[in-house]
Write a new protein. Structure first.
Length: 175
């Protein structure tokens, strides 16, 4: 396992549409291991492969909450290969979202409250699950990444332009 660099806005790779994974290979398993290490280190609850400059339809996620006693969090790692939303509720919910590729920026986003997702697991098995709450929000956020969509795309043009300007300036200063 190794840490990978998370690409940051305004990197144009974040707008790429990721390619489907043909087969779960040792290379895909290595990518998943690296993505988990990178996600936990960041720290974050979800990561799309494109965020580590791999345009493949792979998502890692862990929504585990720290235990009440403040001890070690029991991790609940999840992997989604070639995920797709196959059903959405008409009911909407609002969550404050952030993104490892848009660090330290958070904004409320409205999305379907419940979704049904179809994906391949790490064993190559096709699965379907219903998601609601934070799980529904996170899986939609990460699938958006695979399609070149960022959570800021759900904001008003004014807010989105402000965020883009801020991160473009920061990138120029870093050069």
């Amino acid at each position: 396992m190794s840490l990978r660099e998370i690409i940051i806005l305004p990197d144009k790779q974040l707008r790429l549409v990721s390619k489907p994974v043909e087969k779960v290979t040792p290379e895909i398993r290595q990518l998943v291991d690296d993505m988990f290490q990178t996600m936990y280190d960041a720290p974050g609850i979800g990561l799309a492969a494109i965020q580590v400059a791999q345009p493949l339809r792979v998502i890692t996620m862990d929504l585990a909450k720290p235990d009440a006693e403040g001890g070690e969090t029991k991790r609940e790692p999840r992997v989604f290969i070639n995920p797709e939303i196959i059903a959405r509720s008409d009911e909407l919910s609002v969550y404050e979202e952030g993104c490892l590729s848009i660090p330290e920026y958070y904004e409320e986003v409205e999305r379907p409250a419940r979704v049904r997702v179809r994906f391949i697991d790490l064993d190559g098995k096709l699965r379907e699950e219903d998601a609601e709450g934070l799980y529904a929000t996170c899986i939609q956020h990460e699938i958006d990444h695979l399609n070149g969509v960022l959570f800021i795309d759900y904001l008003s043009k004014l807010k989105r332009d402000r965020v883009m300007k801020k991160f473009t300036k920061a990138a120029k200063r870093a050069e």
